[in-house]
Design a protein around this ligand. Structure first.
Ligand code: HEC
Length: 111
């Protein structure tokens, strides 16, 4: 019954559990921070662009706490400020779509 194949399977299983057990034990001690606020979903193209460009440094909480009465120029200035002051790696061509998303999702163009 104890064929070489069976023995090597058992050896492999023992090895796997020896390798995996410490990993499992370690992962139990890791406490991840709670998920940050996510950007509000939208069908606008600026949504994906904002996901890619606007939540690398801070959570979407920053957008949420802007005045909902903020008009489009306010968001335009905000996006430009992120690039100029904080060096957000924004491509100029993407900025109008992001501003549109922000004004319609967080500003005074909300439905
Ligand atoms: C390179 C990092 C970085 C990126 C990328 C970035 N931001 Fe910021 N953002 C900051 C920093 C730094 C602050 C200021 C934080 C503070 O004052 O506590 C900030 C603040 C803000 C605020 C709060 C209001 C204010 O004026 O301080 C808003 C709203 C905001 N960002 C929106 C955006 C949007 C929209 C994008 C995408 C276009 C974006 N951010 C991308 C770094 C970034």
């Amino acid at each position: 019954m104890n064929t070489p194949i069976r023995r090597s399977l058992i050896a492999a299983a023992l090895l796997a559990s020896a390798v995996l057990t410490p990993l499992v034990a370690t992962s139990k001690s890791i406490t991840l921070p709670p998920d940050g606020v996510q950007l509000k979903p939208s069908s606008l193209p600026g949504y994906a662009l904002a996901q890619a460009n606007c939540v690398a440094c801070h959570s979407a909480e920053y957008m949420l706490y802007q005045p909902p009465t903020a008009p489009r120029p306010y968001w335009d200035a905000m996006v430009k400020r992120m690039k100029a002051v904080f060096k957000a790696p924004l491509i100029d061509a993407d900025m109008p779509a992001i501003v549109e998303y922000l004004a319609k999702t967080y500003g005074n163009e909300q439905p």
